[in-house]
Design a protein around this ligand. Structure first.
Ligand code: HEM
Length: 466
C-alpha cells in the first residue's frame, strides 16, 4: 500500500493561447519572415546554432513563427535578467517542458507556483554550505574509488564514466542509496528519455506522444522505468522503518503550514527530478572539460598543483577551499560558457510584459539561451576559443548581470549549482593527481543538443597516469 495518498491542491496557471499573427504587433523585433516548414527544419536540425545565427543576424532580440506560434528570442543581459529575475512572474516554463513533465511529473524542474516555492523551501537544507562541506569528504571517497578502477592504457567513454560517477554521488549523498543495481538501467533509459525531450522544442509536438510508433513507445517505457526506480528507492526507505536525514528523509518527513505531508506522488517526482537533474548535467560539463583539455597538458599540471594546495592529502576537503582553486574554477567557468549543459531556457508569457523595452504579448514563447548569450564578443572576445585564462582577475564579478548564467537566476535558479561545482572540482583535481582520461581524437566532439548539451559519441578516451 502506498503510504502517502493525500492529494494536494495544485494551482497551475493555465497557459494562454499562443499568438498566431503579427496583426496589431507592429513593434515586434525583426526576424526571419519565413513561415514555411523550411524554417522549422533549420530550427530542428541544430537549435543552438539557429539561435546563435539569430543573435548574429538580428542582434539582441528577434521574432519568428514556428508551428504557427510567435517566438521571441532575447539575448541581451538586460533581457535575460527581466525574463529570469525581475519579471519572472510574468512567465511559466515553455516548450520542451511538456514532455519533460511526462518523465519527471511535477518535480521542482517542471512545477509552477505556488507549489514550486513550497517544495523548494522544503528541499533547500541539503544544499546549504555546511552540508556541502560534509559532502566533500564523501565525494572525494567515491571519486577515488572510481578512479582506482581504471588501468593505464584502458579505453573508456568519458561520458559514460562521468555519468556513472555523478550518478553514484547523487544517489549516495541525497538518497543514501548504493545504486549499482540501477546504474545501467538508469543510464540506458535516461538516454532515451532525454533524447526525446528536446525534439519537442516545437510547440504541439507532444500531441503525437500516443502515436503507436516505437519512438514514442520507448519514451513511455523509459519514463515508466525511471519512475519505478524512484518508487523502489522510496519503498525500501519506508520499509526500513527509519526515514533518515538525507534529502529523501526530508521529503518523507516534510510538513507544510497545515501539517500536511507531501503526497506519495510528490515525493516520487521530486526524487526522480533530483536523480535526473543532479547527474547528467554535471557529467556533460565534465566530459566537455576533458575534451577541451585534450591538448592542454600545461593546464593539467596547474590543476595538479592546485590539488596539492587546495585539497591537500590527509585533510578532509572543504567547499570553500576547493572552490578557490583558480585554474580549476576557470576551466569550469569556460566549459560552462561554451558548452552549457542547460543551453536554453524556454518560457511562455502569461501576461503582456515589457522585456528590455520590447513589449511581449501574452501567449508568446520567449527563449533565452545560455549557448547564444555566452558567445557575446563584447564580454568574451574570440568567443569560440576555449580560453580559461580569460576568467583571471575575477572576470565573473565584472560582467553585467545576465551576461553569464549557466545555472540561470531568480527563483528558478539551479538548486544544485554549488553541489555540481564542488563535485566537478574534486573530480578534476583527483584526476590531475592520479590518473585521467585523455580523448583519443584530436578534435572536439560535435554537440548533440537535447534536454542537455551532450557531446556526441561520448568522447572515447584513454587512461593516462599523472
Ligand atoms: C553543471 C551542472 C548543472 C547545471 C549547468 C545546471 C543548470 C541548471 C539550470 C540552468 C536550471 C534552470 C532550468 C530552467 O528553469 O530553465 C537548473 C534547475 C535545477 N537544477 Fe541544475 N544544473 C546542474 C546541476 C545540478 C545538480 C547537481 C542538481 C542537484 C543535485 C541540480 C538540481 C536542479 C534543480 C532541482 C533545478 C530546478 C530548480 C527550480 O526550478 O527550483 N542541478 N539547473
Amino acid at each position: 500500500m502506498r503510504p502517502f495518498t493525500a492529494e494536494r491542491p495544485v494551482e497551475y496557471p493555465a497557459k494562454p493561447a499562443p499568438v498566431r499573427s503579427r496583426a496589431g504587433l507592429s513593434h515586434l523585433p525583426a526576424g526571419p519572415k519565413d513561415r514555411t516548414p523550411l524554417l522549422t527544419m533549420r530550427f530542428i536540425a541544430n537549435t543552438p546554432k539557429f539561435l546563435l545565427n539569430l543573435y548574429r543576424t538580428y542582434g539582441d532580440a528577434s521574432s519568428f513563427f514556428l508551428g504557427g506560434e510567435l517566438f521571441l528570442a532575447v539575448f541581451s543581459p538586460e533581457a535575460v535578467v527581466d525574463v529570469t529575475v525581475k519579471k519572472q512572474h510574468s512567465f511559466v516554463k515553455g516548450v520542451g517542458f511538456e514532455r519533460m513533465h511526462k518523465v519527471l511529473g511535477r518535480g521542482l524542474l517542471t512545477n509552477e507556483e505556488p507549489v514550486h516555492l513550497r517544495h523548494r523551501r522544503m528541499m533547500q537544507p541539503p544544499f546549504h554550505h555546511h552540508q556541502l562541506d560534509e559532502y566533500a569528504r564523501v565525494m572525494q571517497e567515491i571519486v577515488r574509488a572510481h578512479l582506482e578502477g581504471w588501468s593505464e592504457g584502458e579505453q573508456l567513454s568519458a561520458n559514460e564514466e562521468m555519468m556513472r560517477l555523478t550518478f553514484q554521488i547523487v544517489a549516495r549523498l541525497l538518497f543514501s542509496t548504493d545504486i549499482d543495481s540501477y546504474a545501467e538501467g538508469v543510464q540506458h533509459h535516461m538516454g532515451i528519455a532525454i533524447d526525446r525531450i528536446e525534439r519537442t522544442m516545437l510547440p504541439g509536438l507532444d500531441r503525437f506522444d500516443r502515436a503507436p510508433l516505437p519512438y514514442f513507445r520507448k519514451f513511455k517505457e523509459s519514463s515508466d522505468y525511471l519512475a519505478g526506480v524512484a518508487e523502489d528507492i522510496i519503498s525500501k526507505r519506508v520499509a526500513s522503518g527509519s526515514h533518515g536525514t538525507d534529502l529523501l528523509g526530508l521529503l518523507l518527513d516534510a510538513r507544510d503550514d497545515e501539517d500536511q505531508a507531501l503526497s506519495h506522488d510528490d515525493v516520487r517526482d521530486e526524487t526522480l527530478t533530483l536523480i535526473l537533474s543532479g547527474h547528467e548535467t554535471t557529467a556533460n560539463v565534465m566530459t566537455w572539460a576533458l575534451a577541451y583539455l585534450r591538448d592542454r597538458d600545461d593546464l593539467w599540471r596547474i590543476v595538479a598543483d592546485e590539488a596539492a594546495e587546495f585539497m591537500p592529502e590527509g585533510e578532509p576537503p572543504s567547499l570553500r577551499q576547493v572552490l578557490q582553486a583558480p585554474m580549476t574554477r576557470a576551466i569550469f567557468a569556460e566549459a560552462l560558457r561554451l558548452a552549457p549543459p542547460v543551453w536554453v531556457s524556454p518560457r511562455r508569457a502569461i501576461e503582456d510584459v515589457d522585456v528590455a523595452g520590447i513589449p511581449v504579448p501574452r501567449g508568446a514563447h520567449v527563449i533565452v539561451s545560455q549557448y547564444a548569450s555566452h558567445r557575446n564578443p563584447e564580454f568574451f572576445p574570440d568567443p569560440e576559443e576555449f580560453r580559461p585564462e580569460r576568467w583571471e582577475d575575477d572576470l565573473e564579478s565584472r560582467l553585467p548581470r545576465g551576461a553569464y548564467f549557466p545555472f540561470l537566476a531568480g527563483t528558478r535558479k539551479c538548486l544544485g549549482d554549488q553541489f555540481a561545482l564542488l563535485e566537478a572540482h574534486i573530480i578534476l583535481m583527483e584526476m590531475a593527481r592520479t590518473r585521467r582520461l585523455k580523448p583519443v581524437s584530436a578534435s572536439l566532439p560535435a554537440p548533440e543538443p537535447r534536454a542537455t548539451f551532450r557531446p556526441k559519441g561520448g568522447v572515447i578516451s584513454v587512461v593516462v597516469e599523472a
